[in-house]
Write a protein that binds this ligand. Structure first.
Ligand code: NDP
Length: 296
C-alpha cells in the first residue's frame, strides 16, 4: 500500500505545536507580527499572500499587508521594507516573489533585516544554513523535511535526488538534507535542466523530490519500487473546470503512486507545509527579537 502523505494534516500539527510558544510570548506582552509585501497583480501571488494572512489569523499572529503598485519605482519597495525593518511590532517580513522586472530581486532580499527574514533568503541566512547554523530554514525545504519525518523517512544514509536547483527550493533543500544533523545526513544529488539522463538518476534514488515547475515531468517509469516521492510543483494547467484550470504537480501522480512507497499529492502535500513553516519562522523570529525563549 502506498502511503499518501497528507500535508494538510502535518501542517495542522505544526500549527498546533506553535500554540504554546505564542502563549508564552503573549504572557510577556508580545504578539508575533508578520508583514506580507506584494508588488504584483498576479492572481497566484495574491492568492498565496491571502492564504498566508488567513493562516496567521488562525494561530494568533498579527499580520500586516503592504501593497505596492507594480509600476512604482524600486525605491518605493525598498523604503517600505526599511519602515518594516524599523517597526518593533513586525517580527517577520515576507516579500512575495516574483517582483516586477524593473525591480532587482536580489537587492530586495538583501534589504530585509536578516533577523526578520522569515523566508530565509537573505545572504546572511543562506550562509548560516550552508554552515549548519540556520536561523530560519527556508519554508518549503523545511516543510519537505517535516513531511519526510512524518512518514518516518529518516534521510540518513539515503540517496536523495532533488530535481530543480532554485534558490528557494532545490538548493536550500540540498543544504538541509546534507547537514550532519537530525533530518539530514543524506547523500544528495541535485538535478536540473542540463542533467544528462534524469531518469537514470531518479531510478537510483531512495527519495525523489521534484521542484521543477514542469507539469508531471517525473512519472512512474522514472522511479524504482519503494521510492519516497515528494512533489513540490504547483502548475496551473488548462482544464474543463469552473476556473478554467486545475493544479498539477511536477510528478504524474497516478503512475508514480504505483511505484512509490509514499507520495505527496498536489494539492494538499507540500503547499500547506510552506505556510505552516512560515508561521513557525515568524514565532521563532518574535522569540529571538524579544528575547523570550519558546519551545519550538
Ligand atoms: P524555478 O523555475 O526557479 O526552478 C526550476 C528548476 O527546475 C531549475 O533548476 C531548472 O533547471 C529545473 N528544470 C526545469 N526543467 C527541467 C527539466 N526538464 N529537467 C530537469 N530540471 C528541470 O522553480 P521553483 O524552484 O521556484 O519552483 C519549482 C516548482 O515548485 C514550481 O512548480 C513552483 O510553483 C513550485 N513551488 C511550490 C511551492 C509550494 O509551497 N508548494 C513553493 C515554491 C515553489 P535550470 O536551473 O537548469 O534552469
Amino acid at each position: 500500500m502506498t502511503e499518501i502523505i497528507d500535508g494538510n494534516e502535518v501542517g495542522e500539527r505544526v500549527k498546533d505545536g506553535l500554540a504554546d510558544g505564542i502563549e508564552t510570548l503573549s504572557a510577556e506582552g508580545v504578539t508575533p507580527g508578520l508583514a506580507t509585501v506584494l508588488m504584483s497583480e498576479d492572481g497566484a501571488s495574491e492568492t498565496y499572500v491571502s492564504m498566508k494572512q488567513r493562516a496567521c489569523e488562525e494561530v494568533g499572529i498579527d499580520s500586516v499587508h503592504v501593497e505596492i503598485d507594480p509600476d512604482a519605482p524600486e525605491s518605493e519597495l525598498l523604503d517600505r521594507i526599511d519602515e518594516l525593518n524599523e517597526d518593533p511590532s513586525i517580527h517577520g517580513i515576507l516579500v512575495q516573489m516574483p517582483v516586477p522586472d524593473h525591480v532587482d530581486e536580489k537587492a530586495v532580499l538583501r534589504r530585509v533585516d536578516p533577523a526578520k527574514d522569515v523566508d530565509g533568503f537573505h545572504p546572511e541566512n543562506v550562509g548560516r544554513l550552508v554552515a549548519g547554523d540556520a536561523r530560519f530554514k527556508p519554508c518549503t525545504p523545511h516543510g519537505v523535511q517535516k513531511l519526510l519525518a512524518s512518514a518516518d523517512v529518516d534521510p540518513e544514509g539515503q540517496d536523495v535526488v532533488i530535481v530543480g536547483r532554485s534558490d528557494i527550493v532545490g538548493k536550500p533543500l540540498a543544504n538541509l538534507l546534507v547537514q550532519k544533523a537530525p533530518g539530514g545526513n543524506a547523500t544528495v544529488t541535485v538535478c536540473h535542466s542540463r542533467t544528462d539522463d534524469l531518469g537514470e538518476k531518479t531510478r537510483n534514488a531512495d527519495v525523489v523530490v521534484a521542484a521543477v515547475g514542469v507539469p508531471e515531468l517525473v512519472d512512474g517509469s522514472m522511479l524504482s519500487e519503494g521510492t519516497v516521492v515528494i512533489d513540490v510543483g504547483v502548475n496551473r494547467v488548462d482544464a474543463d473546470t469552473e476556473k478554467g484550470y486545475e493544479l498539477v504537480g511536477d510528478v504524474e501522480f497516478e503512475s508514480a503512486k504505483e511505484k512509490a512507497s509514499a507520495i505527496t499529492p498536489v494539492p494538499g502535500g507540500v503547499g500547506p507545509m510552506t505556510i505552516a513553516m512560515l508561521l513557525y519562522n515568524t514565532v521563532k523570529a518574535a522569540s529571538l527579537q524579544e528575547d523570550v525563549p519558546v519551545d519550538l
